[in-house]
Design a protein around this ligand. Structure first.
Ligand SMILES: [Zn+2]
Length: 289
């Protein structure tokens, strides 16, 4: 587990699982350019590249928050490892004070509930982008958006239900508390947000699903993934954000990014320069089962 300090905050990656990201998900990677990227990375010519699904622990003093909750039981036994990762940091689910949700896709919200549908983090409040809540909970949305499976609307409702009364809608580009803001990065989903953490002149942006494969989509930011709600908007958001971040000292982490670092230009695209400030999280001794 990697972690980094931003002022009084400590952000730690909680790896939920790893998924294969190839041309079936990013069709433009089925090309000479794609083959070169895969081969140069030591992968088969047609990929896939193994990519993480991350949630994050955000700690300040003795307070513990999560950013997203992982897949839970949605994607099978290879996923849903956030509770174990949290435990290895020395925490029980009851100690989670709040969960910031970046958007309401299964790999970010499935872990909010246990297998029997109860709250996995029983004492937590949820902070959810207003734009995202409005989209998924509006009863007229499924009919207006036939491209989105009914199952996705049902899941959003089901995982939020046990938190009723503890859900706070937060508009994009507003502060959740001092130093922690939602950043509107719409396109991948209607209210898709990143989370910025800023203190003492230091800033990190957890950009959520701006890239599902840094290998493919930093080299070619116009390459889309099939999961995008609005592909042109998702591409425009990714291109604008990468251009804005390039050459700055803003640190970046992502739901599907290995490591943390800064963004620099590389040819016509970009690359992530790993930060030397990232360290390994202290894992509390746990007895092997
Ligand atoms: Zn995702």
């Amino acid at each position: 587990m990697e972690e980094i300090k931003i002022g009084e905050f400590t952000l730690t990656t909680l790896l939920d699982g790893v998924f294969p990201c190839g041309p079936d998900l990013i069709p433009a990677a089925k090309s000479k350019d794609g083959e070169k990227l895969f081969v140069d990375a030591g992968l088969p010519q047609i990929g896939p590249s193994p990519e993480p699904i991350n949630a994050f622990a955000l700690r300040r003093g003795d307070r513990l928050w999560l950013i997203d909750a992982g897949c839970g039981h949605q994607l099978g036994p290879d996923f849903g490892k956030v509770p174990a990762a949290l435990k290895s940091l020395g925490y029980e689910p009851e100690q989670v004070e709040a969960v910031i949700l970046t958007h309401l896709h299964e790999d970010h919200i499935g872990g909010l509930v246990t297998e029997d549908g109860a709250a996995a983090f029983p004492k937590a409040r949820l902070f959810v982008p207003t734009e995202e809540l409005d989209f998924w909970l509006d009863p007229t949305s499924p009919a207006k958006n036939p491209g989105e499976a009914q199952q996705k609307f049902d899941l959003a409702k089901a995982v939020l239900a046990p938190y009723e009364g503890a859900i706070e809608a937060v508009p994009a580009d507003s502060e959740i508390e001092e130093g922690v803001r939602l950043v509107g990065l719409f396109g991948h989903s209607p209210g898709h947000c990143g989370v910025s953490i800023e203190q003492d002149g230091k800033k990190l942006l957890m950009w959520t699903d701006i890239a599902h494969s840094t290998l493919l989509q930093l080299a070619y930011p116009h390459w889309s993934i099939g999961f995008d709600f609005d592909q042109p908007q998702a591409v425009a958001t990714r291109e604008a954000l990468l251009a804005e971040l390039a050459g700055t000292d803003v640190l970046v982490a992502g739901s599907h990014v290995r490591g943390m670092g800064t963004i620099s230009r590389s040819g016509d695209g970009y690359r992530l320069e790993p930060s030397e400030e990232v360290s390994s999280a202290t894992v509390k001794a746990t007895k092997a089962a």
